[in-house]
Design a protein around this ligand. Structure first.
Ligand code: MOS
Length: 757
């Protein structure tokens, strides 16, 4: 196996002296990426490599009755065809589930087909072309059963939990009584479609066995979890598995768990005894690697005569697969944003013949918040109030569902600063009241953004060497969000060194477990571990110095020391200092190391509600005759605790806002209810915004100091950007046209009838 090459840029333009946290450094891996030198999983070509291609099911429910394996094997270059008949044994049933973070997999365990695009065979060949042709020659035949597709296609039930372990139903107060007594009520039902992650980099794997040792190149948002899952399935020690995932071309939740196709790559390598590469084709990503489930959500809200919310009832119906459980926690979006004495959230689900839905960028929050924000907009208008004034009137000073205080919440500042930048004060209350010079209808809408500030567990290892340099290690994941840069900044400050003096090692499974890159919590979680590892190694250095009479720091114990510029300084007299090199040299040590951990603080968690917040304002223009919609500008103001790297944070928030545009106007997987197949399983017809669809974006970050979330006060910004943005765009479309569309994405066909009415 070729070694990974992670030669991160040492370009002096990236280096700032002094405090690294808070600096808008450019991506340290940016030049590698621009030059095409960043090595993604599929870029690896170990000697003797074979190519594996999946054959996938063209039916959604039934059984494979025939595969022309001999025809495929006769094709020149084809080495082997893996089917349920010869798939190497596994130590664990792929349909077993022993914890909520484990998902059932399709690993050729039998001939059953549970969804379209399910893997039914793997063809392994000397070339990609031969493997592709071999897969085509399999000409599968099936026993077909009618698929159940869509929210009404099966019996509905109340899922035991939604998301990961959230109660399916939560009630506070008496929603029914408060709705009955309300001075105004609205009830409306909204539909959101299935969406697919569509990371630019498809799921890919290069796997090589050496006896019972396994070497893997594959993108992962959770290296330790992937390592554990492989270990369980193959019955080998995690220590025998080395996974490299230095770069991911996006993940969005679909690479949080190692997927069936990736594991088939490992099985294929096992079967043929040679290294194997398996890369999903774009259309093969619509099934086995998760998706955002469709929802139908009903909102009922009531207000008193002053426009004060008295009841919020948010009910969501969603789907899961027939063989596993993931329930999009859409209604939970109504727990935190608006004060109301009565709040009820509930879920129901049906089982359909699709791949299991999964976490996808702001799971629950994205689907739920576009609905909540639409309903709030509808109610504001019903009350004759400006949507921002209505939100301020119903501002939650404590978390509505729990009654807990917020660990910090600078949402008022987000509203104020975002509105100011956007020019919201000039917005007419009535819809269809603005036109531009060209006669296009102009609408302004807003939405509130929120996402929980989560913390998982992570570990990091810090080393200071006698030459004055440092090392920081943690198996973190860079999906493009800038982990290589932001973590190195935290490491440098934690070690009291300049960025170029710190070697930051990451992205492989042999390093300390950095937790998962998910839940917008990676910077907070792994960053805290890095910070703590730095503090721990500095404390060891300080002990060495302060206990040594020859050190200028001798006896500084009570005052303590500060680590800066590769030296420890007495806190009470910073002119008295000593270099790390001198401290270690005198102690006869070539290096000193320490580990640091991070985890959620249970006391803080039980005392406070922890969320990031934001306010998004959008302008759209709609052609009054054709119904064509263009988003022309958006302003987002976000408060998410401490910002490690403002450039990366802005980029994440831009990405989230663009996804909001996509959710409101572009994305949907269209299912053929007869075949159960997805009709637009490609990037030509599964619409996502292109440059021409992306408006002028403006992001403000509002200062927020949060002493409770974690030592560094980081809340995370990966997912929040979608949440207010989708609703803001939808509300702007209403404001432009006066047509309220409750089915997303909003399209021309939804508007034309209303526009001409
Ligand atoms: Mo995410 S859906 O936590 O990558």
């Amino acid at each position: 196996m070729t070694p990974e090459i992670i030669n991160l840029s040492r370009d002096p333009a990236h280096v700032r002296h002094g405090s690294n946290i808070g600096q808008p450094l450019t991506r340290r891996d940016g030049i590698l990426k621009v030059k095409g030198e960043a090595r993604y999983a599929a870029d690896n070509h170990p000697p003797g490599l074979l190519y594996a291609v999946l054959a996938v099911s063209s039916i959604a429910r039934g059984r494979v009755t025939f595969l022309d394996v001999p025809a495929a094997k006769r094709h020149p270059g084809v080495v082997e065809v893996m089917t349920p008949a010869n798939r190497p044994p596994l130590a664990e049933d792929p349909d077993a589930k022993t914890n909520p973070f484990m998902f059932r997999l399709d690993l050729l365990q039998n001939d059953k087909v549970r969804y379209a695009n399910q893997s039914i065979a793997v063809v392994i060949a000397e070339t990609l072309e031969a493997a592709t042709e071999g897969a085509a020659l399999l000409a599968p035949q099936y026993d077909v059963l009618p698929p159940r597709i869509g929210l009404d296609s099966n019996e509905s039930f109340v899922p035991p939990v939604v998301g990961i372990g959230n109660p399916s139903e939560i009630r506070r107060g008496d929603v029914e009584a408060d709705l009955a007594a309300a001075s105004k009520r609205i009830e409306a039902t909204y539909d959101t479609p299935a969406q697919y992650h569509n990371a630019m980099e498809p799921h890919a794997i290069v796997a090589a066995w050496d006896g019972d040792r396994l070497s893997v190149d594959t993108p992962s948002q959770g290296l330790a979890m992937a390592q554990g899952r492989i270990a369980g399935l193959f019955g080998i020690s995690p220590a025998n598995i080395h996974i490299r995932s230095p770069f991911l071309g996006g993940g969005f939740g679909s690479k949080g768990f190692i997927s069936g196709p990736q594991l088939l790559g490992i099985l294929a390598a096992r079967l043929v005894g040679r290294p194997v590469k398996l890369v999903l084709r774009r259309e093969q990503m619509y099934g086995p690697v998760g998706h955002r489930a469709p929802t139908r959500q009903t909102m009922r809200i009531g207000v008193d005569g002053d426009g004060v919310l008295t009841a919020i009832d948010h009910h969501a119906k969603t789907v899961s697969s027939t063989f596993d459980d993931f329930f999009e926690p859409a209604a939970d979006a109504s727990h935190t944003l608006y004060a109301s004495p009565a709040i009820a959230t509930s879920h129901e689900a049906v089982r359909v013949d699709t791949g299991t839905p999964l976490f996808m960028r702001a799971p629950g929050e994205a689907t739920g918040s576009i609905v909540l924000e639409s309903a709030i907009d509808e109610m504001a208008f019903a009350c004759g109030m400006d949507p921002l004034a209505f939100r301020l009137k119903n501002y939650a000073d404590v978390e509505p569902i729990s009654g807990k205080p917020f660990s910090s919440k600078a949402l008022r500042q987000c509203y104020a600063q975002g509105a100011e930048r956007f020019g919201w004060a000039k917005r007419p209350l009535a819809p269809r009241a603005m036109r531009d010079e060209a006669g296009l209808l102009v609408g302004w809408g807003m939405g509130t953004a929120t996402f929980p500030a989560l913390m998982f567990q992570a570990e990091a290892r810090a080393v200071v060497r006698s030459d004055g340099s440092g090392v920081m290690e943690t198996g973190a994941h860079d999906m493009g969000q800038g982990a290589w840069t932001a973590f190195a900044q935290i490491a440098a400050d934690g070690l009291g060194l300049d960025l170029e003096q710190v070697e930051f090692k990451s992205g492989t499974s042999d390093l300390p477990d950095a937790g998962i890159a998910g839940g917008s919590a990676h910077t907070a979680t792994a960053g805290s571990a890095i910070h703590n590892a730095g503090a721990a190694v500095i404390a060891k250095l300080a002990d060495l110095a302060m206990g040594d009479k020859r050190s200028p720091l001798f006896g500084a114990g009570n005052a303590g020391v500060i680590a800066r510029g590769g030296r420890l300084h007495r806190r009470d007299d910073e002119t008295r200092s000593e270099s790390y090199a001198d401290i270690l040299g005198r102690a006869g040590l070539s290096a000193i190391e320490a580990r640091g951990n991070s985890a959620a603080d249970p006391a803080a968690q039980s005392n406070y509600a922890m969320h990031a917040h934001g306010a998004v304002f959008a302008e759209v223009k709609v052609d009054p005759d054709l119904g064509q919609i263009r988003v022309t500008r958006m302003v987002g103001a976000f408060a998410a605790g401490r910002v490690i790297n403002p450039r990366m944070v802005q980029s994440q928030l831009f990405g989230g806002m663009i996804w909001g545009v996509s959710f409101a106007l572009h994305e949907q997987a269209v299912m053929d209810c007869r075949s159960g197949r997805i009709l637009n399983a490609n990037l030509g017809e599964y619409h996502i915004p292109v440059n021409a669809d992306v408006p002028s974006l403006d992001v403000l970050t509002v200062d927020e100091h949060d002493p409770h979330v974690n030592a560094l006060g980081i809340k995370g910004v990966g997912e929040i950007g979608i949440t207010g943005s989708a609703g803001a765009v939808a509300n702007a479309v209403w404001h432009a046209t006066g047509v309220r569309v409750r089915r997303f994405p909003i399209g021309i066909d939804d508007l034309v009838m209303g526009l001409t009415a």
